[in-house]
Design a binder for this molecule. Structure first.
Ligand SMILES: Nc1ncnc2c1ncn2[C@@H]1O[C@H](COP(=O)(O)OP(=O)(O)OC[C@H]2O[C@@H]([n+]3cccc(C(=O)O)c3)[C@H](O)[C@@H]2O)[C@@H](O)[C@H]1O
Ligand SMILES: Nc1ncnc2c1ncn2[C@@H]1O[C@H](COP(=O)(O)OP(=O)(O)OP(=O)(O)O)[C@@H](O)[C@H]1O
Ligand SMILES: [Mg+2]
Length: 272
């Protein structure tokens, strides 16, 4: 790919994902809290529901949700935030999840163990032959069971399900389709990973939260695999690419390759 083609694709992707040239954490916090307040008003929903893993994305999105519902209540409205712990059995980094909850201070915390539902479903499809990547496929089932649990609670509470997708994850299509990718709104949209961290820090998250190594944490036999190891590119490189900076040929080609292969994940279902 020529330098010119690559630069062109980089600009197209930046535009598609809505990454802004400049960034101010205070401005972004206000804009995103206002967005969350507005979505409650226009939808008539009474709650936000979001899974809290202990990672920086859900910690940051969760605190934004809590601030939004508090603002609605301060203005005489009715709204609450339901943080959901969704471990698969016992989560190896449960301490991090508890630290995230202490930071968010949600109105309510609900815990649903996704292990029984995940195991039952995996057992039921075993005759389809899960092959040698059973742990990988089961991981996507876990992510989808989390989605089911969140929608169940949203239905009961008259709430909306919040997603944590942001530009650095979106460009790589690094989420489970109709799993963590399924949600009603994405308050972190357009942010690079370092900008998510900066927003989290500005909201008061400790270094332990903002500096936590990103992980999808989906494999039972191998907890906490760093995203960067799976992707073969660092978040710094992804962020630089999305912020219009020069990155190595290898990094640019990796990112553009992921983006192309995951177009279907960012689109509405294909129709004739
Ligand atoms: N061209 C195409 N047009 C329309 N649909 C297409 C398609 N190619 C595949 N598909 C569909 O998409 C499916 C594959 O997508 P999907 O089921 O998502 O599965 P897949 O992309 O293979 O796996 C999900 C990846 O996201 C990672 N992940 C998941 C959850 C959270 C996080 C995180 O960062 O925290 C990361 C996970 O570690 C894994 O690497 C196929 O089974 C097929 O149904
Ligand atoms: N164990 C879990 N409990 C509750 N929610 C979870 C759990 N694992 C994943 N999720 C949900 O799925 C989302 C996607 O996971 P992802 O790993 O991308 O985000 P994160 O863990 O918040 O941050 P990071 O990407 O830095 O690890 C999370 O933000 C969270 O909403
Ligand atoms: Mg994570």
């Amino acid at each position: 790919m020529s330098e010119l083609d690559r630069r062109y694709l980089q600009e197209l992707i930046i535009g598609e994902l809505g990454v802004t040239p400049s960034f101010d954490a205070d401005v972004e916090i206000e804009r995103r809290v206002a967005f969350l307040v507005d979505q409650l008003r226009t939808s008539g929903a009474k709650a936000y529901v979001l899974g809290i893993s202990g990672g920086v994305d859900s910690s940051t999105a969760g605190r934004l949700c809590q601030l939004a519902v508090e603002r609605v209540r301060a203005e005489g409205g009715q709204a609450s935030f339901v943080a959901m712990r969704l471990p698969y059995g016992v989560q190896a980094d449960e301490d991090d999840a508890q630290r995230a909850l202490e930071f968010i201070r949600p109105d309510e915390t609900l815990t649903v163990d996704v292990k029984p539902a995940t195991d039952a479903l995996v057992e039921s499809v075993r005759h389809a032959d899960l092959g040698d990547r059973e742990d990988f496929h089961s991981g996507n089932v876990k992510a989808r069971q989390r989605m089911v649990a969140q929608y169940a609670v949203a239905g009961v509470r008259g709430g909306l399900v919040v997603g944590t997708d942001h530009a650095a994850e979106a460009v790589m299509g690094f989420f489970t389709k109709y799993g963590d990718g399924a949600c009603d709104l994405t308050p972190l949209a357009g942010l690079t990973k370092r900008r998510v961290r900066a927003v989290g820090a500005k909201l008061g998250a400790s270094d332990l939260i903002t500096g936590k190594v990103p992980t999808a944490d989906l494999e039972t036999g191998n907890p906490g695999v760093p995203d960067e190891l799976v992707l073969g590119v660092t978040y710094d490189e992804i962020d630089d690419f999305l912020e219009g900076k020069q990155v190595s040929d290898k990094a640019a080609e990796t990112i553009i390759g992921y983006h192309r292969r995951t177009i279907h994940k960012r689109a509405v279902p294909i129709a004739p």
